[in-house]
Design a protein around this ligand. Sequence first.
Ligand SMILES: Nc1ncnc2c1ncn2[C@@H]1O[C@H](COP(=O)(O)OP(=O)(O)OP(=O)(O)O)[C@@H](O)[C@H]1O
Ligand SMILES: [Mg+2]
Length: 652
Amino acid sequence: MGTIRLLDEHIANQIAAGEVVERPSSVVKELVENSIDAGSARIDVTIEEGGLQLIRVSDNGSGMEADDCEIAFQRHATSKIATSKDLFSIRTLGFRGEALPSIASVSKLECVTSSENNGLGRSIVIEGGTVRKVEETAAPRGTDIMVKELFYNTPARLKYMKTIQTELGHISDYMYRLALAHPGIAFSLKHNGNLLLQTLGNGDLLQVIAAIYGTAAGKQMLQVQAESLDYRLAGYIAKPELTRANRGGISMLVNGRYVRNFALNQALLQGYHTLLPINRFPVAVLQIEMDPALVDVNVHPAKLEVRFSKESELLQLVESEIKRLLGRQVLIPNAGKGSGDKGAYVQEQMEMERPAPADASASVSIKETAVPYKSETESRKTMPGPVQTEPVQPASAQTAPAQSPRADSAWQSPGARFAESILPGSANKPTLRQQKAAAGNFMDLLSRQDQTDRAQMPAFPQLLPIGQMHGTYLIAQNEDGLFLIDQHAAHERINYEYFFERFGNPTEASQELLVPITLEFTPSEAAVIQEKLALIEQVGVYMEAFGGNTFLMRAHPHWFPKGEEKAIAEEMCEWILSEKKGVDIARLREKSAILCSCRASIKANQSISLLEMEALIDRLAGCRNPYTCPHGRPIVVSFSTYELEKMFKRVM
Ligand SMILES: Nc1ncnc2c1ncn2[C@@H]1O[C@H](COP(=O)(O)OP(=O)(O)OP(=O)(O)O)[C@@H](O)[C@H]1O
Ligand SMILES: [Mg+2]
C-alpha cells in the first residue's frame, strides 16, 4: 500500500487558511470584498480586541439563497466564475471560492443571510470548519457574518499575533483602501465601540480621502483624469507639500481592487520627480480601470499583487499624467496654514544649513522701505563690507579690469562672484561686469539668457525682493503677500536645470586636462568602475585605469564648477558604486547635474545685494520647476496679505 493519500477537506481548508488568513485584517478584507461583490450599498464592520475576539461584517447586498448558504462554506465553492475562460475576465474581487471555508476552519463563525425581501433567511453556525447548526431565521436582505475567536484552534498562528493596536492598524489600513476603491459604498468601521471610519457612499472620492487623511489633506489634492488606449486613470494626488514618511498614503486601485505594485509606485514617484524631499512620499489615490483581460489577478495568495500585460503603457501614462498635473500648479506652500509637514521641512532645512551668523550686522540686510531697488549706489549701502574670507573666485573675475577700486570691492566682487555662480560655466567668458558694460544693463542680460527657458515655465508669481535674512532667506513681496525664498535652494534649482541641459550633450564640451586628476578606489570598486568607464564617458568624463586601483581622469566638460572637478568625479563614482540596481545614462545624467549644481551654488549665510536678489528671482522664475530644489525641498513659502492682516487683527 502506498503512503500518499488525499487530505480530507477539513485539513485542506486549514492549510488554505494558512495562506489566505494571515491575520485578522485578512478576514476583514475577505468578508468586506464579498460584501462588495454582492453589490452592497452599505457595509458595516465591527471589531473587538483587534479582531481576535470578534470581526463582524454586515451588508445590504444580494444575500445568499437558503441552499447556497451551506455550499458557500465548502472549498472551491463560488458563484463568481464557472469556466476557466472566466479567469481572464474577472470583474469581481473574489473568484477562488476559498475565503469563507478558510476563515470558517480557523474560527467560530456565524452567518445570517437572506436573498429575499420577505424577512426570512438562513443562519449557519460553523466551529473550526464543522457545521454545528443550520436553521431558518428572521433576517433582512443582505448578509451578516460574525467571526469569533479567530485562530482559537491554531495556537501557533495565534502566537504570532501582535498587539491589538498593530492588528487594528492593519484592519483600518485595508478598510481605508477598500473605501477609497469604492466611494459609492457607505462604509463604517468600529473598534471596541469607537467609530474609526465612516464614509457617505455618495461616490465622492475626495470626501473619502478627507474622511481618512483629514479635511486639510483633502484640500491639498489635485484631481487626476487621464486615458490611454487601454487604461483609464482617475483619482487624486497630493500637492508636494503634503508628504508622509512612508509609502502608506499611496493607494493603487486596479479595477476596484487595492494592489501593491512597486513599478506603479515608482511611476507615481517619478512623476513627482524632484518635487518631494528625500524619504518623503505623497498621498495619492489612483483608480486604474482596464479590460480585465489585461490584468492577471491570480498571482498572489491574498490577491494583493497583479500582473499587467501592457505594463509599460500603464507606467508611462501614470508618470506623464502626474508630471503634467504638477507642472501646471503654482506650488508655493502657504506658511500661514499648517499642513502637518511644515515641521519636517523646517527641521530638515535647519539641519542642512545652520550657519551661526558671526556678526548680526553683517548678515542682515533688510531694507526698510518696500520700494523695489534699482540704483547701483544704493546697492552698495546694503553690502556687508569687505568679504575677505570668501572662497576663491574664478580666475576671470580676479583678472577683470578694475575701474575704481572702491566701487569694485563694494559691488563687483560679490556681484561678480554670485553672477559667476548664477551663470555657471561662464568662467571662460567675460566677467559679468564686462558683460554689463557691453550689454548696457545687467538685468537685461540675465533676462535675455532666459528667454528660451521662459517659454515652458508655469506661472511663477512676479516677486520684488525687499531684503535678506541671516544671509540665507530672501524676503520678497507682491500684491498677494510676502514670500520667503531659500537662496541656496533657489540657486541650486537654477544650476540644476542649467547643468541638466548641459549634460544632454556633454562630450562635445569635454576638455582634456593638462594635468590629469587621480582617483583611488578599493580593488572591488575599481573592478566595477572599470566596467562603467564607457557609461561615464557619456557624461563627458574620460577616465582610464592607471595600474592598481588608480584611475586617471583625463578630461571632463569645461563647464564643471571650478575647483570641484575631482570631488564631482569622486561623488559620481561613489554613486555608481552604491547603486545596487544598476545605473543607466538617464539617471547618471540627472545625478551628475545634481552633483554639479550642489557644488556650484551659493551657500546659506552669504549676503547678496538687492540687484543680485532680483537676478536670482528672475532666473528662478525662468526655471521649469521653480518650486523645489533638486532634493525636493521647497524654495519659496508665502504668507498671504490676508493672513498677515489676520495675524495683526486688521481683519477678523
Ligand atoms: N456577503 C455576501 N453576500 C452574498 N454572497 C456572498 C457573500 N459572501 C460570500 N458570498 C457567496 O459565497 C461564495 C463563496 O465566498 P468566498 O469568499 O469563499 O469565495 P469567492 O468570493 O467566490 O472567492 P475568493 O475565495 O476569491 O474570495 C461567493 O462566491 C458568493 O456567492
Ligand atoms: Mg470572497
